[in-house]
Design a protein around this ligand. Structure first.
Ligand SMILES: [Zn+2]
Length: 413
C-alpha cells in the first residue's frame, strides 16, 4: 500500500516536473534566465577561463516506465536507511533525485499542510534548485545535494533530536541541505580569489561560495513565491536562518564550530528547548551531512571519494592550463585519491563525527557510521601505501605532518 502511494506520489511529481519543464513556462523561463545572469551556470558559458570546459549535452528527457517508478517508490519506503543508494535512486528518477526526495520528505513530515505551501510553487522552486546545480561537476551536483538531504533526514530522526524539533526546524534543515551548494562552479574559493572572480570581490573573499549558495537560494525562493503567503517577518526569518545554516558549511570555519560543539558537550549545557541551541545543532547536523561520505558503506563512499578528487584534478588542470599555481590537493600527479581521503578523514570528518557520536549518546546510527569511517580509513591507508601511483608517494616520508588546523584549511572545498 505504501509503495503504491509512493508510486502515485512520484508519478505526480514527475508529471509536474515535465509540465514545468516543457510547457507554458517559456516566458517565465526566459525571464528567469535574464534575472539570474549572475549565476555561475551562465558565467561558465560566458567566461574566457571556463569556456570550452562545459560539455554541452542536449537535454534529453526520457519518460520513465512503470518499473522504474515502482523501484524508486520502493526505495523511498526505505529512505531512512543509512545504506540508501542515492546513485541508483537518481537513475531510477531520471536525474530528478533531489526534487523527488524533497517532495517525499515534505509529505512525510506534513510540511506542505503545516505551512500551507502551494504545490506548484514548491515544484517550481525545487525544480529551479535542482536545475541550478551543475550536472557536469563530478561532485558538487544535484546528486550530492540529494545525498546530503537524505543524510540530514537520518540525523533529524535521531532519537535525541526527533522529539524536540519544530516543523520550522525540519523545514529549515531539509531546505538548507537541498540548496547548500546550489550553482557551485566546481572550483574552490582560493581559485575564485586568484582569478579575481566578481563574486570574490562582492563577498570580500570570505565564504564566497557559501554566500553565493545562500543568496541564490533566497533569489529562487522569492522568484517562485513559495513563501509569499507567509507574514513578511516570518519569511525574512526563514531566509536569515537558511543563510546561517548554509554559511556553517564553510570548511574554513570547521574549528570554530567544532570547539563550540565540544565545549557544549563537555559542559552538558545544550538545552534543545531553546530555539538557538536547536539552530546550532542543525548547523552541526548539516556540516556532518555535508562531509558524511566516509561514513557510508565502502561502495558508496569510494564513488564519492573518486568524484571529489576528479573535481579537484579538473581545477588543477585548469590552473596548469592558465599558468596559475596548482592548488593543494589538485595535482593529479602528486595528490592521490587515497592520500587525499586519509587526510580528509583524519583532519575533518573523524573529529566532527566523534563529537556527533557523543551528542547522540551514542545512537545506533552513530555507531554504524563510525564503524564505516574506521573501516574506510583503514582501507584508504592500505591503498595509500600498497599502491602508490606517483613518485612522491614512493619516497620515504620524512617531513613532519603540519598542525591539524593547517591541514584542515587544505580542505576548503
Ligand atoms: Zn556540499
Amino acid at each position: 500500500m505504501e509503495i503504491l502511494q509512493n508510486r502515485r506520489w512520484i508519478c505526480l511529481t514527475l508529471t509536474l516536473i515535465l509540465k514545468l519543464n516543457c510547457s507554458g513556462e517559456v516566458e517565465s523561463c526566459t525571464r528567469r534566465k535574464v534575472k539570474r545572469l549572475l549565476s555561475f551556470q551562465r558565467y561558465c558559458h560566458a567566461s574566457r577561463l571556463l569556456r570550452g570546459l562545459v560539455p554541452h549535452t542536449p537535454g534529453s528527457l526520457h519518460l520513465l516506465d512503470d518499473d522504474y517508478l515502482g523501484q524508486a517508490g520502493h526505495m523511498l519506503s526505505k529512505v531512512s536507511a543509512w545504506n540508501f543508494d542515492i546513485f541508483l535512486f537518481d537513475r531510477l528518477t531520471n536525474g530528478n533525485s533531489l526534487v523527488t526526495l524533497m517532495c517525499h520528505l515534505f509529505n512525510v513530515y506534513g510540511l506542505i499542510h503545516h505551512f500551507q505551501l502551494d504545490m506548484v510553487k514548491l515544484h517550481r522552486f525545487l525544480g529551479m534548485v535542482q536545475e541550478d546545480y551543475h550536472s557536469q561537476n563530478p561532485y558538487h551536483n544535484a546528486v550530492h545535494a540529494a545525498d546530503v538531504t537524505q543524510a540530514m533526514y537520518c540525523y533529524l530522526k535521531e532519537p535525541k533530536l526527533a522529539g524536540q524539533l519544530s516543523p520550522l526546524d525540519v523545514f529549515l534543515g531539509l531546505m538548507a541541505a537541498a540548496a547548500h551548494d546550489v550553482d557551485h562552479p566546481g572550483v574552490n574559493q582560493p581559485f575564485l580569489i586568484k582569478t579575481r572572480h566578481h563574486l570574490a570581490s562582492l563577498y570580500q573573499n570570505t565564504s564566497v561560495l557559501e554566500s553565493h549558495h545562500w543568496r541564490s537560494t533566497v533569489g529562487m525562493l522569492r522568484e517562485s513565491g513559495l513563501l509569499s503567503h507567509l507574514p513578511a517577518d516570518m519569511s525574512q526569518d526563514i531566509e536569515q536562518q537558511l543563510g546561517s545554516l548554509i554559511l556553517a558549511t564553510d570548511i574554513s570555519r570547521q574549528n570554530e564550530f567544532l570547539l563550540t560543539f565540544r565545549e557544549h558537550l563537555d559542559n552538558q549545557d545544550l538545552d534543545l528547548q531553546l530555539a538557538s541551541h536547536r539552530h546550532f545543532i542543525l548547523q552541526i547536523a548539516l556540516k556532518c551531512a555535508d562531509v558524511c561520505n566516509p561514513c557510508r558503506v565502502w561502495e558508496l563512499s569510494r564513488q564519492w571519494s573518486e568524484r571529489v578528487c576528479e573535481e579537484f584534478y579538473r581545477q588543477g588542470d585548469l590552473e596548469k592550463k592558465f599558468d596559475l599555481e596548482i592548488s593543494p590537493l589538485c595535482n593529479q600527479q602528486a595528490d592521490t585519491v587515497p592520500a587525499i581521503q586519509t587526510g580528509f578523514i583524519s583532519y575533518i570528518v573523524e573529529p566532527l563525527f566523534e563529537e556527533w557520536q557523543r551528542f547522540t549518546e551514542p545512537s545506533l546510527l552513530s555507531q554504524t557510521m563510525m564503524g564505516h569511517l574506521h573501516k574506510n580509513k583503514a582501507r584508504w591507508s592500505r591503498l595509500r601505501f600498497t599502491h602508490p601511483t606517483s613518485e612522491s608517494q614512493m619516497q620515504p616520508h620524512v617531513e613532519e605532518d603540519p598542525e591539524p588546523e593547517e591541514q584542515s584549511l587544505l580542505f576548503t572545498v
